[in-house]
Design a protein around this ligand. Structure first.
Ligand code: 13P
Ligand code: SF4
Length: 338
């Protein structure tokens, strides 16, 4: 088959996979992918994970190039933690509604208005907001990190009000919440979920904490993407209702093709509104081009990178990541980050 028979002369199908493989070897590249990526991208990746696992992988890799198949804040995080690597993102427009909901100037003003609070910030935010934060958390590490912060310490939690609300309800911590939401998880319908539950009596519901409380109230398990996958692998029954981005179901089906994994519905009961439009921007063809041209590349100004790295290092230390727990001394809860 002609290796150059695709759109614009680029390879397609098996040739595309072969070309990506060849370029990966030639460039000494690692392909990192999030569970919300298209199945073909998950299948060609060297590593598929949740936000915390992907951050750890990016920090530890000895590859020269990181081809990051996820959204921009994830690729930015890889560059912050591995500044000497070339980090490419197949489509630079792959943003995140949570990041968009939290402009750095407004966040800085919010922090300044609450000088006695620390900022515990979800990783789904810009590099500038990370630089304005004390500790970054992911959905898989938030509870563990929160438990290490003194009870009398006042906390701003942003930008996801649903994750913040879930943590506040679960731990009893009263946090000041930034009013951001994920458009994908916001689109689930409680009415449709209840109809689906009635159709499959006894089937458990696994939900991501970015879902609104009226969805989480019906969940048997709430956790990060990797936590949900773990639950799917260990649950006793053979039907699971999945209230998160449906591309994760690819991993569930690979792990156990005998079980039935059903995506929770959106408002019209049958829409594609729970597919993350940003994650979907990355395609195999764009991945091939990114490895071929080493573009589009993530670049971050060094001063900003170093300020953002402090809050990410705090996350890795407190989550039990690449920095040992004994190194926690560098985490200083200062409200003044300007
Ligand atoms: P996880 O860290 O659970 O993979 O979540 C990332 C994300 O963007 C969910 O919308
Ligand atoms: Fe952002 Fe939501 Fe997409 Fe995750 S699913 S990347 S939070 S828009």
């Amino acid at each position: 088959m002609d290796a150059r028979n695709g759109i614009g002369g680029n390879p397609t199908g098996t040739d595309l996979r072969d070309e990506i493989d060849r370029l990966r070897r030639e460039r000494n590249a690692i392909i990192l992918a999030h569970y919300y990526q298209r199945p073909e991208i998950q299948d060609i990746a060297d590593f598929v994970g949740d936000s915390l696992d992907l951050s750890r992988k990016a920090a530890a890799t000895d590859a020269d190039v990181i081809a990051f198949c996820g959204v921009k804040f994830m690729a930015d995080t890889a560059k912050i933690l591995s500044p000497d690597k070339i980090v490419v993102l197949p489509d630079l427009r792959a943003g995140c509604s949570l990041e968009d909901s939290c402009p750095p100037d407004k966040f800085a003003a919010f922090r300044a208005a609450h000088p006695d609070h620390i900022a515990l910030t979800y990783i789904n935010c810009s590099t500038e907001v990370k630089a304005l934060s004390d500790v970054i958390v992911t959905s898989s590490s938030a509870e563990k990190i929160l438990s290490q912060i003194p009870l009398d310490q006042k906390i701003i939690f942003g930008p996801d009000k649903h994750l913040g609300g879930y943590l506040a309800r679960k731990t009893g911590r009263d946090m000041l919440l930034w009013p951001g939401v994920c458009i994908v998880h916001e689109a689930f319908s409680e009415t449709e979920l209840l109809k689906l539950k009635a159709k499959h009596p006894g089937a458990p519901v696994a939900a991501h904490p970015e879902c609104p409380p009226y969805i989480l109230d019906h969940a048997d398990y709430v956790g990060s993407t990797s936590g949900i996958l773990d639950f799917a692998a260990k649950m006793p029954g053979d039907i699971l209702i999945v209230a998160t981005e449906p591309h994760i179901i690819h991993q569930m089906e690979k792990a156990d093709p005998t079980k039935n994994f059903i995506g929770a519905p959106g408002a019209d009961g049958n829409c594609n509104c729970n597919i993350c439009p940003y994650m979907a921007m990355n395609t195999m063809e764009k991945l091939y081009i990114a490895l071929r041209d080493l573009e589009p590349r993530i670049e971050i100004e060094e001063g900003l990178r170093l300020r953002a790295k402090k809050s990410l290092d705090a996350m890795l230390a407190m989550a039990g990541g690449t920095v040992g727990q004994g190194d926690l001394g560098f985490v200083t809860f200062t409200a003044d980050q300007s």
